[in-house]
Design a protein around this ligand. Structure first.
Ligand code: DC
Length: 229
């Protein structure tokens, strides 16, 4: 069988990465979490004092991009790639609310997108990849073999994210998480460069009320039925 390219886009906390990981495992493909790359750039900007809740030195960030190296390294235990920022594993540092609150600003900078999209295209150029993000089916792999677009109600998404953060020990309120989910949707969907939109040929899933298992089965059915057409 050909090594396919599978693009999964959608709003934040729609379970894209969970489903993308499972799909990749099922097909023995590589899973690439493109959001982790934007989060790693955001962490870099925070550490350099280029971004905070009340300031953003866009030019400074653009100038520092040339000294930024982001890559994935396979984590056997978790069976997925961990993201590395200039040689440091930052996987455990990029999922908190602070990064989540700033990442959409960083992801709206065209120079940042150009750098990461180029790298993402290279990661997928041999096929055999499941990549999730916001612009994978529209910009990174417009010719992907399969495109999925995931949605769920903001309440369901905030609840999922809230549980995830609580499980990690972050002390945070549901309202803060809800607000972040809404804000990110708005910023990601309205930015000028590569906004979050459903590719015309993407299959949409609203997974507010279906289990991950059922959704995975439905996606695998779509893939296998199209392959046997
Ligand atoms: O998937 P995530 O929530 O980890 O993504 C974090 C942010 O990165 C998201 O708010 C928007 C941005 N992003 C993007 O602009 N393009 C992508 N392909 C992936 C993520």
């Amino acid at each position: 069988m050909n090594m396919l390219t599978i693009a999964i886009d959608g709003f934040s906390s729609t379970g894209k990465s969970t489903i993308a990981k499972l799909l990749a495992k099922e097909l023995s493909y590589v899973y690439v979490d493109s959001g982790a790359m934007y989060r790693a750039v955001t962490l870099h900007a925070m550490r350099q004092g280029l971004i905070s809740s009340n300031r953003f030195d866009r030019e400074g960030l653009i100038n520092s991009l040339s000294e930024l190296e982001i890559r994935f390294e396979y984590n056997k235990e978790l069976q997925k790639g961990d993201v590395y920022l200039n040689g440091e594993n930052v996987e455990g540092l990029i999922r908190n609310l602070e990064v989540s609150q700033l990442v959409s600003l960083v992801a709206a900078v065209p120079e940042v997108r150009r750098k990461l999209v180029e790298q993402q295209k290279m990661l997928g150029d041999q096929g055999g990849v499941v990549m999730d993000g916001r612009d994978i089916g529209t910009v990174v792999f417009p010719d992907a073999d399969f495109k999925f677009f995931m949605t769920a109600s903001p309440e369901v998404r905030a609840e999922r994210r809230f549980k995830e953060l609580q499980d990690r020990g972050d002390s945070i309120s549901y309202d803060e998480v809800y607000e972040n989910v809404i804000n990110r949707d708005e910023l990601d969907s309205t930015r000028k460069d590569s906004p979050l939109i459903k590719a015309e040929d993407a299959v949409e899933f609203d997974n507010s009320d279906i289990s991950i298992k059922d959704q995975l089965r439905a996606m695998l059915d779509i893939i296998s039925s199209k392959l046997t057409e």
